[in-house]
Design a protein around this ligand. Structure first.
Ligand code: SF4
Ligand code: SF4
Length: 188
């Protein structure tokens, strides 16, 4: 093949290659997509599909926080800052600060395990994007609150009863090999 023949052959090859590539691209116009646009085209919220022990962004229920500082001490990277002081008049404990730095948190769960009331707990939320690191510090105390004082005796305080029963259901479920997610969690 002469120089001219090879030149023409190269042009043919180039055109054929372009059509090959375009055919693959065009086939994607009619194929079912493998990806879904997040989050607005999701059929259900991703949070609702997560396992029930998912360790998402931490939440604190100040109503049942005793101010014991167990969570603050347990955190290996000092994400939690709590300030408690005794009210000289009532002699009860007052919580004036309860901050969690979500930017530092590694979602290890070490803080929620020793909590005696379930006050600090993980949620299924994971979307923590924000405009500044400062705004990732979750400040749970808006104004000083009295720390929760558990009742003595066998009677369960109604405020922590739901947490205890939830904990018991998890323990029961965990004890069964291949156990199913508790019913109301599965629905929720
Ligand atoms: S989940 Fe781990 S890193 Fe995050 S606050 Fe709790 S103990 Fe600290
Ligand atoms: S959240 Fe739990 S562990 Fe932390 S101070 Fe309150 S009661 Fe104690």
């Amino acid at each position: 093949m002469g120089a001219f023949g090879s030149y023409v052959q190269n042009i043919k090859d180039a055109v054929a290659t372009i059509f090959d590539g375009m055919a693959v691209t065009a086939s994607h116009f009619v194929r079912k997509p493998y990806t879904v646009q997040y989050p607005d085209r999701m059929p259900v919220r991703v949070q609702d599909t997560l396992p029930f022990r998912y360790r998402g962004i931490l939440e604190v229920d100040l109503e049942i926080c005793t101010g014991c500082l167990a969570c603050e001490r347990a955190c290996p990277i000092d994400c939690i800052v709590i300030s408690c002081e005794k009210d000289p008049k009532t002699r009860s404990m007052v919580i004036s600060q309860f901050d969690i730095d979500i930017a530092k948190c590694m979602f290890c769960g070490l803080c929620s395990e020793p909590c005696p009331t379930g006050s600090i707990h993980h949620t299924s939320e994971f979307e923590g994007a924000d405009y500044s690191l400062e705004s990732l510090i979750r400040r749970f105390v808006k104004e000083p609150v009295q720390a929760y004082k558990p009742k003595k005796g066998p009677e369960t305080d109604p405020r922590i009863a739901p947490i205890l029963s939830r904990g018991m259901r998890y323990i029961n479920e965990f004890a069964q090999p291949g156990g199913e997610k508790p019913e109301d969690e599965a629905e929720g």
